[in-house]
Design a protein around this ligand. Structure first.
Ligand code: THU
Length: 157
């Protein structure tokens, strides 16, 4: 693993390969379960996220997160960023896919701040989202954030 001051390497060349059906189902189920633990007393909009982390094992490791709101509204934490923080704290920085679950009418993509946090680690991440009634969507992070600010953006050579 790289040390704390080393940013991740630049984007891998290939776009994310799609997760197979069973892996996608597992990840969406983890996001849905995390949604049930959301702390969202202000918006009442519960969000769960599950990151599939590449830890060298065949199936990878799933790390989840939920939104955590605060009476000081600007301190609210999104589910995706909670999951990224939990994964990094476990030493996992290679992300294969993220699933998001809500009970909205339509599948929701990660917000702009979460896209920026995700792109730091996984520019071509696969993003799955599930709304109520099993409505689903899939994107790649480079579709959602086509011109990202990444470590290399600060190059001055
Ligand atoms: N939220 C997330 O958890 N993820 C997103 O990508 C968008 C928004 C949360 C933040 C807040 O607790 C609630 O949803 C309403 O914005």
């Amino acid at each position: 693993m790289s040390d704390a001051s080393t940013p991740p390497s630049p984007a891998p060349p290939a776009a994310a390969d799609r997760l197979d059906g069973a892996a996608a189902e597992r990840l969406l189920a983890a996001a849905r379960a995390a949604m049930g633990r959301a702390y969202a007393p202000y918006s009442r909009f519960r969000v769960g996220a599950a990151l599939l982390c590449d830890d060298g094992t065949p199936d990878g490791t799933i790390v989840d997160g939920c939104n955590v709101e605060n009476a000081s509204y600007s301190a609210c934490l999104c589910a995706e960023r909670a999951a990224v923080g939990a994964a990094v704290a476990r030493g996992l920085r290679r992300f294969r896919a993220v699933a998001v679950a809500t009970d909205a009418d339509r599948p929701t993509p990660p917000c702009g701040v979460c896209r920026q946090v995700l792109v730091e680690f996984a520019p071509s991440l696969e993003v799955l989202s599930e709304a109520r009634d099993d409505r689903r969507a899939r994107w790649t992070l480079d579709e959602l954030l086509p011109v990202p600010f990444v470590p290399d953006s600060m190059s001055r050579d």
